[in-house]
Design a protein around this ligand. Sequence first.
Ligand SMILES: O=C1O[C@H](COP(=O)(O)O)[C@@H](O)[C@H](O)[C@H]1O
Length: 229
Amino acid sequence: MKTEIYSTAEEVAAQAAKYIEEKIRAGILEKGQFSLAISGGRTPWEMMKILVKAKLRWEKVNIFQVDEREAPDGHPDRNLTQLFQSLEGSGILTRVNIFPMHTVADDLSAETEEYSKIIHQVTGEGILDLVHLGLGSDGHTASLIPGDPVCEVTDRDIALTEQPYQGRKRITMTYPLINRAKEIVWIVTGKEKAEMLKRLQNQDPGIPAGRINPANSLILADEAASQSN
Ligand SMILES: O=C1O[C@H](COP(=O)(O)O)[C@@H](O)[C@H](O)[C@H]1O
């Protein structure tokens, strides 16, 4: 697992966008399409705002959600709402293929199966080209929440959390799917992440993030997050 440290969160966002742009370009050249999974929370959106300005064949890019909160469509708590906002004005909205996690349904469990099927149909083999991950200050990543049984799911690629977390139940990619990805890019910024960044780098299985496959993983962090390293 490689770590690169940049002075500010803005620099991290710019480097992440550049890195992912290159991966997308190479992936499309090699096999005609690219499947990217984007996390939610606070950190991805600066990176996305930069990435969407790249001159890429966006119609060949599939964007999946790593996780989503159970909330109405358009709600500010939804990662999808933030994702759409970061794409606004970029002109790629009508070209890129976005696959939203549906959280407004009578049977959310059926939705998880459906999302998993879509990933398999689109990618062919259920392997994402690149998964972007964030790191919570409690060590969670995606919606793999400390103490939630969703962390023990090994027979499904998408699952529901059992408990609400920060007021909302969640849908999330599980370890098997994330750990099969060809590449994982972490964006970790802010001093409140310092302790967990260290534990992530040490692959500490005591936090959900520590159980993510370190192979082909790149951590992009700012100085604030790496202050105790
Ligand atoms: O709740 C969540 O938090 C993590 C970390 O978010 P960030 O605010 O530090 O960027 C995020 O990766 C996850 O997708 C999100 O649902």
